[in-house]
Design a protein around this ligand. Structure first.
Ligand code: BGC
Length: 740
């Protein structure tokens, strides 16, 4: 609009510098446009289809104004050709928005979100999203279906890969950073993408970790655990939300007016665009919630789902629903306004086309950033001193395993735009740096391979080496959407291959690349060191090798608890204490024959897995050691509307520089509802030289110490609390304070 005004004044050249439209200007323009639209054109704006190139049917639909946005169209020439149909040939010239699942990079692939979460570093996440936006917007993608901020407490769920783990505070902070990276400070700049916060809500609570499964989430849990990252992203200005596939307590999200309208829009005051998930409106028939597509369309519209992604529910039934009065014109207009507002915000009315000559991927700085993200995401789970490896000193290194040279699989899930030839693998990096010392024997053709044919060669390589690098893990396709697993051991014959390698009697370093926590506790016991990397993307090789060589000191921390056995799931650190917390654990092999029923004690543990995780939330080692002082509080009492300053000295007590994530946990000892044994409230990542001490300072407002009661009210209750500042969720000595 400003362009038109400036154009009339002969100032078109200034448009690049024109200030973005104000909210009021956008609202006025949207109202004006809606006033000119037919019902069919309005419904068209709500219709999102998957790209079919320049298929004549698609071209006609766009030219008739029957499509508002397209996903999965990434060829800039095609994008422009379709945009021309919308802008120049449709009656009102409303531009399309081009959307894509750009989840952890477009071409330069960053670690999967769960890996980025292991960095506990908002800068890493923000920068990754910025680079993704630069690359994807260069082909015309201006809307990404990311970040996914679903809390996941169950490693069986394949989509645990796509989120930031199990904790609401960590997921909130990183989700906001991702939104900021995509959207920048001004969405109208052509190198931005609108974020889409998904999946609203509770999708990660899928029963038994099976994708799309039912969820039962009491409102207090929903509000205290599942919703906070969504609220944080809404407050940060995320432009769009996507509703989830699952039903919560019987109501599918796509028809859940309470969630979408009452909570998201009314209670939180968020006024963006809600898109359905792919087919999630029409799938309400399968849920047994809608009699037919017409009713599904009605339920979707009433729930305030604005955009219909590949359901054909709105295109087929919305006009009729408006004609019958079941959906009012005001309701329809509100949906259309949300779409048009986004188009204005993105500057698409002024700059609908993408510059086909400016497509840019894999900038050296982007690859560097991707490598650093890997370095910060790698988690050292165990080290008996074999790491770091002085590659100059060792004579021969055996490199074994299906993930040592897996250009496709190291990229992880959701990489529709991957060009795998750009992936640099650990083997490639090792060969480049110390090629003469590397003896490679794959051992297994791929992660699921059950054949032992390659074992002999692998053992031989191990026998002739000073150290064995065993690259284990999961292929990309074993995690992600619709890729849940009920057995989360290393797949195929990888466990057996590790045991074979052990026979060489050489130090074994296991490097796991996977999309989820795997049950590797018994494998880890056999190894001298274990490094865990959630699929690391394009630069997984250089990043991981820098960690192995000590060029980079690992600083990743687990964003999820690692189970010992799959049967422990769901597993999360912020659980309740129960009336009989674990005590005097007796394991199955220690039970006497015909022992009495109560002989193992009657407390809360598993006879085979004991209690607690293999590796706790927040855990991760370093090549140095950190010592924590006792946290000091500005006051041992806080008013319910006050706050306390917590300071804690952290010392690098080892001999190399390193980074540490200082984590602040709190326990509310007694509540009107039983409270979790620990809850993360804040964290800071700091770097320390050997011998250096830094004082971390946290401001802890009492308002962050409340919870939702059974009346759905957020309450901060007076009472006694404990507080820890520690390097993971299972260590530290508590300090007492009270809210009075
Ligand atoms: C997924 C979404 C994704 C959408 C579009 C769905 O199957 O659940 O996360 O954004 O497809 O590709």
């Amino acid at each position: 609009m400003k362009k038109i005004l400036l154009g009339l004044l002969g100032l078109t050249a200034l448009t690049a510098m024109a200030a973005p439209l104000t909210e009021a200007e956008i609202d006025a323009a949207v109202a004006d446009l809606i006033g000119k639209m037919t019902v069919e054109e309005k419904v068209g704006q709500l219709n999102q289809l998957s790209g079919r190139g320049l298929d004549p049917g698609m071209v006609a639909l766009v030219a008739e104004g029957k499509v508002g946005s397209l996903l999965n169209e990434v060829d800039p020439a095609t994008v422009n050709a379709l945009q021309r149909q919308a802008v120049e040939n449709s009656r009102l010239g409303i531009p399309l928005i081009i959307a894509r699942d750009v989840i952890h990079g477009f071409k330069t692939i960053f670690p999967i979100p769960l890996g980025q979460a292991a960095s506990w570093n908002e800068d890493v996440v923000r920068q990754g999203a910025r680079i993704a936006a630069d690359e994807a917007s260069s082909v015309g993608v201006r809307w990404t279906f990311s970040p996914m901020v679903d809390i996941a407490r169950d490693a069986r769920w394949g989509r645990i890969a796509e989120g930031f783990g199990e904790d609401p505070v960590l997921a909130s902070r990183l989700g906001v950073a991702m939104v900021e990276g995509y959207q920048g400070d001004d969405l109208s700049k052509p190198n931005t993408m609108a974020a889409c916060v998904k999946h609203f809500a509770g999708y990660g609570a899928a029963e038994s970790g099976k994708d799309y499964n039912t969820t039962w989430i009491p409102e207090v849990l929903l509000r205290d655990v599942y919703l906070p990252p969504f609220k944080a992203a809404a407050d940060a200005g995320a432009a769009t939300f996507m509703c989830s596939f699952n039903d919560i307590n019987g109501v599918p999200s796509s028809g859940n007016r309470y969630l979408l309208h009452d909570i998201l829009r009314d209670e939180w005051g968020w006024n963006g665009l809600i898109v359905s998930d792919w087919g999630s409106i029409e799938q309400m028939r399968n849920h047994g919630f809608s009699r037919d597509l017409r009713e599904a369309a009605l339920q979707g519209a009433k729930a305030t789902v604005d955009v219909d992604m590949e359901n054909y529910a709105y295109t087929q039934h919305l006009a009729d629903l408006v004609a019958s009065g079941e959906v009012s014109m005001d309701e329809l207009d509100a949906m259309v306004a949300n779409v048009l507002r986004l188009k204005y915000k993105l500057g698409l009315f002024d700059n609908p086309y993408v510059d086909e000559t400016a497509v840019a991927f894999y900038a050296p700085a982007s690859l560097d950033a991707a490598r650093r993200a890997v370095e910060e995401s790698a988690i050292l789970l165990k080290n008996n001193g074999v790491l770091p490896i002085d590659f100059n000193a060792v004579k021969t290194v055996a490199v074994v395993g299906p993930m040592a040279d897996a250009q496709h699989d190291q990229a992880g899930t959701w990489v529709f735009d991957l060009e795998k030839e750009h992936s640099v693998t650990p083997l490639m990096t090792l060969n480049e740096k110390w090629g003469k010392k590397v003896k490679y024997a794959k051992g297994l053709a791929h992660s699921r391979d059950r054949k032992h044919d390659g074992f002999e060669e692998a053992l031989k390589a191990a026998q002739g080496a000073d150290v064995v690098l065993y690259f284990a893990g999961e292929e990309a396709v074993l995690s992600g959407e619709a890729h849940s697993r009920a057995d989360i051991n290393l797949p195929g014959a990888q466990k057996e291959l590790l045991r074979e390698l052990k026979m060489a009697g050489k130090p074994v370093v296991m490097i796991v690349q996977a999309g989820r926590p795997l049950t590797i506790a018994d494998d880890a016991e056999l190894c001298d060191a274990v490094v865990y990397l959630f699929h690391g993307g394009t630069m997984a090789g250089p990043g991981i090798v820098n960690v192995l060589s000590g060029e980079v000191n690992p600083s990743g921390k687990l964003p999820v608890s690692f189970p010992k056995m799959v049967g422990q799931l769901p597993l999360y650190y912020n659980h309740k204490n129960t009336g009989r917390p674990a005590e005097g654990i007796t394991y199955i092999d220690d039970i006497e024959l015909e022992a009495g029923q109560t002989s193992t004690g009657c407390t809360s543990f598993f006879l085979d897995a004991g209690d607690g995780p293999a590796f706790p939330f927040g855990y991760g080692l370093s090549y140095t050691t950190f010592e924590y002082g006792t946290p000091r509080l500005s006051s041992a009492e806080i008013a319910p509307d006050g706050s306390v300053t917590v300071v804690c000295d952290v010392t690098n007590s080892g001999s190399v520089a390193g980074s540490e994530v200082a984590q602040l946990y709190v326990r509310d000892l007694v509540g009107s509802l039983a409270r979790p044994v620990k809850e993360l409230k804040d964290f800071q990542k700091i770097s320390l030289q050997p011998g250096e001490t830094k004082t971390v300072v946290f401001n802890l407002p009492a308002s962050s110490l409340g919870f939702t009661n059974l009346k759905n009210e957020y309450v901060v209750e007076p009472g006694d609390f404990q507080l820890w500042v520690a390097g993971d969720s299972a260590s530290g000595t508590p300090v007492a304070f009270a809210i009075k």
